[in-house]
Write a protein that binds this ligand. Structure first.
Ligand SMILES: NC(=O)c1ccc[n+]([C@@H]2O[C@H](COP(=O)([O-])OP(=O)(O)OC[C@H]3O[C@@H](n4cnc5c(N)ncnc54)[C@H](OP(=O)(O)O)[C@@H]3O)[C@@H](O)[C@H]2O)c1
Length: 338
């Protein structure tokens, strides 16, 4: 079968599409024909050897996927023909990733594809929705009627957070550097949108949410954005720290933290056991169906254009970048299909 393989010593120079033998699965594994894979910045970090605790080459990158069961598990939970989503959890097999035509996946790491979603939408969801769910509700404690600011809102995690927070009845404030993306964010559920460098950001947000500060910030950007996020909080507000796209270090305004009795929490999606991941996924699908929302993806590339797809991750995306391993995943959005 064809697979994207990173060989020793790793890096993009040693990553190519190649023909390999399919390994043998365990009795608790399910053989899945992979149809579409959602790319994440973490996949790129793994290929480049920059992911803490990441796999050592050789390995097949890729974590998220949607596909169809070819061979079920010993317990009979999964049967040939079942349409499935590969979920994230601490047991995800990082050496045997999803960027290949077929893969054995532990039965406990599979969920049924929601009927209302296309395969492309389902492949776009697992890691970013599970991360957002954790940042908003598990770590963030967000309740209906409370307000949340989402930084880097046009990315995979950000869009998922906008959709989930909206479905949960929160007041959603989305930050994006692009005016065009701010307008699209309003269409998918943000109640208020602002540029992160607006000189009157705090006054405008407080005015919009009719409060002296927000209940929660989902911090996808990190770096200098962290300090602003603490300033945006109301009393007992929280920051859920998810990402580091804007930098790995930030400053904390200690008086603001202290006087607001505020708190800053790290979020790590791979913390979950498969059972926790399944429970979160059920709530995600329920929340999304409440508003008939569907995961957002930007573009679909064929496997042979994997390098271009990863390059696209760092460009002007709105939603997920996908790789299709079977047709039709969403032919209208396929590169080169006109
Ligand atoms: N902790 C976890 O478990 C976990 C899980 C998943 C992802 N992550 C991390 O979370 C972050 C977001 O992931 P993602 O998949 O949403 O990424 P993404 O799809 O690449 O998008 C992030 C968004 O952030 C904004 N952005 C990008 N670079 C920026 C910069 N230098 N300064 C300010 N804003 C910038 C962009 O929005 P605008 O152009 O609209 O401003 C972009 O659309 C990444 O650092 C990722 O590694 C962490």
């Amino acid at each position: 079968m064809h697979a994207l393989v990173t060989s020793p010593p790793g890096g993009w120079l040693n990553t190519r599409i190649t023909e390999i033998e399919l390994r043998e699965g365990r009795p608790t594994d399910v053989l899945v024909q992979i149809h579409a894979v959602g790319l994440n910045p973490a996949d790129n970090f793994q290929i480049e050897g920059k992911y803490p605790g990441g796999p050592k080459p050789p390995f097949i990158p890729g974590r998220d996927a949607c596909g169809v069961v070819i061979r079920g598990d010993g317990d009979g939970k999964w049967k040939p023909g079942d349409s499935v989503v590969v979920l994230q959890s601490s047991t995800t097999d990082l050496i045997n990733g999803t960027l290949c035509e077929k893969q054995w996946v532990a039965a406990e790491n599979l969920a049924r594809k929601p009927d209302a979603w296309t395969e492309a939408e389902a492949a776009a969801a697992p890691l970013v929705f599970q991360t957002s769910w954790k940042a908003l509700f598990d770590v963030g404690g967000l309740k209906p009627g409370q307000s949340v600011v989402i930084t880097g809102a046009s990315g995979g995690v950000g869009l998922a957070a906008v959709q989930l927070a909206n479905s949960a009845g929160a007041i959603v404030v989305a930050l994006s550097r692009s005016e065009a993306k701010r307008s699209r964010l309003q269409q998918i559920g943000a109640h208020h949108v602002f540029a992160p460098d607006d000189p009157h950001l705090k006054e405008k947000i407080c005015d919009a949410v009719k409060s002296k500060g927000v209940s929660l910030v989902v911090e996808n950007v990190g770096g200098p954005s962290l300090s602003t996020s603490v300033h945006l909080l109301g009393v007992h507000g929280r920051v859920s720290v998810v990402g580091i796209l804007g930098g790995v270090e930030g400053t904390i305004p200690i008086p603001a933290l202290m006087f607001k009795r505020a708190s800053i929490h790290g979020v790590l999606v791979t913390d979950d056991t498969p059972q926790q991941a399944q429970a979160a996924w059920e709530q995600i699908v329920t929340l999304m169906s409440r508003t008939q929302s569907r995961p957002v993806f930007d573009q679909v590339f064929p496997l042979k254009e994997a390098a271009a797809a990863f390059k696209k991750l760092n460009e002007n995306v709105f939603g997920k970048v996908l790789i299709a391993l079977a047709q039709p995943v969403d032919a209208r959005r396929m590169m080169g299909s006109g």
